[in-house]
Design a protein around this ligand. Structure first.
Ligand code: FEO
Length: 388
């Protein structure tokens, strides 16, 4: 598949993967992208997942005919992109691996390959293929420390590694468009490293880019401002959409009832968007995505072993480890004899920067009372004030 006259797509689609990176459901599969730049010298951009070596090599050979690759640029050593480095070296022993010092340390740890030919580059170095000049820009922690992106000055193409990637194979249409699965991917995988993603955007702002070639998801060639603006918001932890995520756990339905009650009051009050989710019965990564998408959140959970219900603990951990910040939250607890969930949730959220709690919090002792309902009405009013 052609990206430009000299750049071809040689990646693969995966419809067998059960959990991407061992934890993310991918109902529409996954794409491992790889590209080849054909010039006087030939450069292959990354490899693909271990299970797709044959298909990938065959895609590469179909583009090259009798020619052989001179370079394999390794932008990211995570095995979804590096697992076939050895396979390429086996087929083309004269090919030179291009990476930085950290790249080669990791390649050694995963694959050995001590005898393979190497070119070690530094941040800002260039590599000339003929008319194409590749510039390497280091992007540490987007998503591993060795990551670098590559800018082709001739065709104005940014090979962006994991940045601008999404869940989903490239051979099935995503009815939700690009942003939904790109946001779930970003906050799940890169969310913790907003500052580093922002640094990459700053470096990219100085480049004249016509096409973005990520390692997952579609090649982006139109309306690049749309994608870059979203990445700017996401990496800055700026809410993207006005609305409230109501995230709850419930054992016998009473906490659920309170959560849906407050969600209804929010809807009636004209809240731009309300989404209520049962944390035990929904995709955690989608819930994390929504927590970062909206500007406010209600958390409702039961006291459990003098702690909080495990699905809520795990959810808050997912948020705090990804630097959840700049949001308003409202808290609801339930406890029949010694409610402790408010205290535990507050302690967990105290690590977050600029997370403000509503004045109203609600304690339910088993089943909701009229007094609880009045307090939930007040909580809804406080949240709705942001949209008046
Ligand atoms: Fe797609 Fe961080 O690997």
């Amino acid at each position: 598949m052609k990206v430009t006259n000299d750049i071809k797509y040689i990646g693969v689609n995966d419809h067998q993967v059960d959990l991407f990176e061992g934890q993310y459901i991918v109902p529409r599969g996954m794409a491992y992208n790889s590209y080849v730049i054909v010039d006087e010298k030939i450069a292959v951009m990354d490899t693909v997942d271990v299970r797709f070596g044959d298909e990938w090599i065959s895609n590469l050979k179909a583009e090259l005919g009798e020619r052989k690759p001179d370079y394999l640029i390794v932008q990211h050593v995570e095995p979804d992109h590096s697992a076939n480095i050895g396979r390429l070296i086996e087929e083309f022993p004269d090919a030179v691996m291009v990476g930085n010092a950290k790249t080669f340390a990791m390649i050694g740890q995963f694959y050995g390959l001590g005898d393979a030919r190497k070119l070690i580059v530094k941040n800002g170095d260039s590599l000339e293929l003929g008319k194409h000049i590749l510039k390497f820009v280091f992007a540490p922690m987007v998503h591993w420390p060795e990551v670098m992106v590559t800018y082709d000055e001739t065709d104005k193409v940014l090979f962006s590694a994991d940045a601008f990637g999404k869940f989903g194979a490239n051979d099935v249409e995503d009815p939700e468009g690009w942003a939904c699965e790109a946001r779930r991917y970003y906050f799940g995988i890169v969310g913790k490293y907003g500052m580093q993603a922002k640094n990459l955007l700053k470096a990219a702002a100085g480049l004249d880019i016509s096409i973005i070639c990520p390692l997952h998801g579609p090649v982006l060639s139109e309306n690049l401002g749309y994608y870059i603006d979203l990445y700017d918001k996401w990496s800055g932890y700026t809410p993207e959409t006005k609305g409230v995520l109501v995230a709850y756990t419930s054992v016998y339905g009473h906490t659920k009832e309170a959560s849906l009650y407050v969600a209804e009051r929010l809807k009636e009050g004209g809240c731009p968007k309300v989404k209520a989710v049962d944390l035990a019965r929904s995709d955690w990564a989608e819930n994390v995505e929504d927590a970062f998408r909206y500007d406010q959140m209600v958390l409702a959970t039961t006291t459990y072993n003098m702690d909080i219900f495990p699905f809520m603990r795990q959810f808050i951990d997912h948020l705090t480890e990804r630097n959840y910040q700049n949001r308003k939250v409202a808290l609801i607890e339930n406890g029949t004899w010694a409610p402790a969930a408010l205290k535990v949730m507050r302690e967990m959220l105290s690590k977050c920067k600029n997370v403000v709690e509503t004045e109203t919090s609600v304690t339910i002792k088993s089943a909701m009372t009229d007094e609880n309902k009045a307090a939930l009405d007040k909580m809804a009013e406080e949240l709705l004030a942001a949209y008046k």
